[in-house]
Design a protein around this ligand. Structure first.
Ligand SMILES: [Fe+2]
Ligand SMILES: [Fe+2]
Length: 481
């Protein structure tokens, strides 16, 4: 993505809007960690204030509004860059769950008033449609007449915010149902039965909804590498990673479920390969390799023959056909006419690579750790992989992916349960601490490694190193979902 010089008023508003969202969101999140007079809060408030007052000076007011998944800043739609996407999503979610859809500053504000306002917002209860009335009353009562809020506009086709436990439960359901479905479809293909595509489409729509709200549950499930049932887990994981990348680069919702389908069935051509070759522990000979390398083409033929795919089939084909092609086309199948790989193909290539290397298999009992895979991706960026997608992907997975067991400088152990949205905090995830009692590890409280000490302004925790959960007999899944 090449950044254009800011030339028009629209570009400028979009840029200011982005700055506003980043700073206001940071301040809002700060309220959960720091108290009002903390130095860090003071700094966040000061930065946010600057953006607000500069805008008011230039445009007479600052008006921020949410319309569906978009943000408008003084009437201009903010163009969200891929690397800022998680921040926007997080911010919009925070406002949405409080049913606040508009914020306006009609005059310059003071730091104290801004803090009053932001603590007022953060203290609102979730899912209460009349929050905006309460805020208005409180602002009146505190004599802050130049800050206004309004109720979120709700569109019929939008999902209502669900709480995180419900979200986790739904994600788990989608994940395991998808595994069964892949199994069913792959078996169906082998025995030439009619396959249930409608069900697959519905599941992928559910997966998209779950990922749009919060991708950590499904990404967490995908990160728990399971030795059994490699192919089925792998297919679902590729779909999950693909959808999660897709939503981060702004692919429309309708196409995301197609991307999920393409991910789910990218290896469908493997149904034609015998188990002996697929699970062969030793090295493959030339003939066996040729069979393996034929699976993208075999898969494409399979998809084309099945009428049930309907309008989906062209997109599905790109995932199946291109997932070993590589960005510079140096992979397979070999093309007679050189052309660029499609976006779907490039996304699925990345998702496939990450998942395939990260798990133990018959011929690869010791999988690579995530850090190493991400390193390889960077090395091959521009050759095997689309460089922009590599950046998005690394940001999404983080240096310590969900489910990583870590040792902290306080000598506590913890499991990474949430990756931060800001790129600068990529090495400071949220971690659930573990404590040892009655012969086993138990779940302790969750801590945010981006938290700083009030007095010293130093980080409260640092990660010293990652640990192997098997060595401590810890079942990561129990803590993650
Ligand atoms: Fe493959
Ligand atoms: Fe694959």
């Amino acid at each position: 993505m090449v950044e254009k010089p800011f030339s028009t008023q629209e570009d400028l508003s979009s840029k200011m809007g982005t700055e506003f969202v980043i700073r206001f969101y940071r301040l809002l999140k700060g309220t959960a960690i720091y108290d009002r007079n903390n130095v860090v809060m003071d700094q966040y408030a000061q930065e946010c204030l600057q953006t607000i007052n500069n805008t008011v000076k230039a445009d007479d007011h600052l008006f921020f509004k949410i319309v569906r998944d978009n943000s408008f800043f003084n009437g201009v739609k903010i163009q969200v860059r891929a690397d800022n996407y998680p921040i926007f999503k997080g911010f919009l979610n925070e406002l949405r769950k409080r049913w606040i859809g508009e914020v306006e500053f009609s005059e310059e504000v003071s730091k104290d008033h801004l803090k009053d306002f932001v603590f007022l917002l953060s203290g609102l209860e979730e899912n209460n449609e009349s929050n905006y009335l309460y805020v208005t009353k409180q602002l009146e009562y505190k004599s802050i007449p130049h800050i206004h809020v309004a109720k979120l506009e709700f569109f019929k086709d939008e999902e209502i915010y669900v709480d995180s436990e419900d979200q986790k439960r739904r994600s788990k359901e989608v994940y395991f149902k998808s595994i069964n479905l892949v199994k069913e479809v792959m078996d169906g293909v082998k025995t030439q039965k009619v396959v249930n595509i409608r069900k697959a489409k519905r599941l992928m729509q559910n997966a998209v909804n779950a990922i749009i709200q919060d991708d950590s549950a499904l990404l967490g499930l995908a990160n728990i590498k399971n030795y059994d049932e490699y192919t089925f887990n792998h297919s679902v994981n590729v779909a999950v990673y693909a959808i999660a990348i897709g939503q981060r680069i702004g692919i429309p919702k309708k196409h995301l479920s197609h991307l999920g389908m393409a991910g789910l069935f990218h290896d469908i051509g493997k149904t034609a390969i015998s188990k002996e070759i697929l699970n062969k522990p030793g090295k493959l000979n030339a003939q066996e390799w040729a069979i393996i390398r034929a699976h993208p083409v075999a898969g494409t033929e399979l998809v084309m023959r099945m009428k049930e795919w309907g309008e989906l089939s062209t997109r599905m084909i790109t995932g199946t056909f291109e997932h070993h092609l590589r960005f510079d086309l140096s992979g397979y199948p070999k093309l007679t006419r050189k052309r660029k790989a499609t976006l779907f193909g490039r996304i699925i290539t990345l998702a496939d690579f990450y998942d395939a290397l990260g798990r133990p298999r018959a011929y690869n009992r010791f999988p690579y750790v995530s850090e190493k895979i991400l390193g390889l991706m960077m090395e091959q960026s521009g050759k095997d992989f689309d460089p922009i997608l590599v950046k998005v992907f690394i940001n999404m997975i983080g240096i310590y992916p969900l489910g990583t067991l870590v040792l902290l400088n306080t000598n506590e152990m913890g499991i990474v349960v949430k990756v931060q949205e800001e790129t600068e905090l990529i090495d400071r995830p949220k971690v659930t601490l573990l404590f040892y009692k009655d012969g086993q590890y138990r779940k302790g409280k969750m801590v945010d490694l981006s938290e700083k000490d009030e007095t010293t302004a130093q980080y409260k925790w640092d990660i010293v190193k990652t640990l192997d959960p098997n060595e401590y007999s810890i079942n990561i899944a129990e803590y993650l979902i």
